[in-house]
Write a protein that binds this ligand. Sequence first.
Ligand SMILES: Nc1ncnc2c1ncn2[C@@H]1O[C@H](COP(=O)(O)OP(=O)(O)OP(=O)(O)O)[C@@H](O)[C@H]1O
Ligand SMILES: Nc1ccn([C@@H]2O[C@H](COP(=O)(O)O)[C@@H](O)[C@H]2O)c(=O)n1
Length: 250
Amino acid sequence: MATATKTVSEEEEEVTTVKVNGSAVNGVPPVFTSSRELKVVFVLGGPGSGKGTQCSKIVETFGFVHLSAGDLLRAEIKSGNENGNMIQNMIKEGKIVPAEVTVKLLQKAMEESENDKFLIDGFPRNEENRAIFESVTGIEPQFILFFDCPEQEMERRLLGRNQGRVDDNIETIRKRFKVFVESSIPVVDYYETSGKVNKIDATKSVDKVFDSIRPLFDCFNHVSSNGYEEELTEAIKQHNINGSAVAITN
Ligand SMILES: Nc1ncnc2c1ncn2[C@@H]1O[C@H](COP(=O)(O)OP(=O)(O)OP(=O)(O)O)[C@@H](O)[C@H]1O
Ligand SMILES: Nc1ccn([C@@H]2O[C@H](COP(=O)(O)O)[C@@H](O)[C@H]2O)c(=O)n1
């Protein structure tokens, strides 16, 4: 009788060939065990620009799963994991946690989900985040949503947020702004070169911001006979024509 037990060579085969979106990076295949074609949108923008608020609305309307890198790190602190103290100290100082920690958490969350559409919020925060995510998962984002908001407005929002976060105080907020400009904007610039960045004017009301985002996600709901890729390319083109593709102000 046949058994379900795999031979060592079958298991090796699985780890090296059953891959998400699967290309090898520098000859090393990605170590992601899902065989689904995952669609990922990275959501970037300064602290307090409204990323989490808009992600909730996208989840409700377009059925994406929201993975906030910050929330996953905060959950790791609460879980009592050995990395908890290190993560807590980094967050208090507004510093970026080593990518291998954050990527592992994102990878686990994606593997545990049955969905295939993910909004990854607050990630990649620096070049190390970007490179390690790409090499571990082999996933290229569909596009980047970039929330553009002046520091003065972000500071006002963060100081009024009242969620008891250890980093929503003026001293840490200033450090987070500096890290954003020095480490996160270069990642946005990187994706700008491949035309993947969709800049959103985040100063408007919550509903107006969502109205400007909506057309970029419509293609994931109603796929035309040409397939969603063509619809998405057209939506990005229209988004840029409509004047949101202005220079990054930070
Ligand atoms: N368009 C908006 N206008 C005014 N206030 C907003 C807007 N969007 C979000 N806010 C408020 O600003 C605060 C920060 O929003 P949110 O938590 O969504 O930002 P974020 O970019 O996810 O921040 P962080 O990166 O620090 O997690 C919240 O109190 C939220 O209610
Ligand atoms: N990729 C990331 C994302 C977040 N952090 C740390 O968490 C803090 C809070 O992040 P939010 O997105 O919830 O604002 C952030 O300041 C970093 O300390 C990270 O290290 N890497």
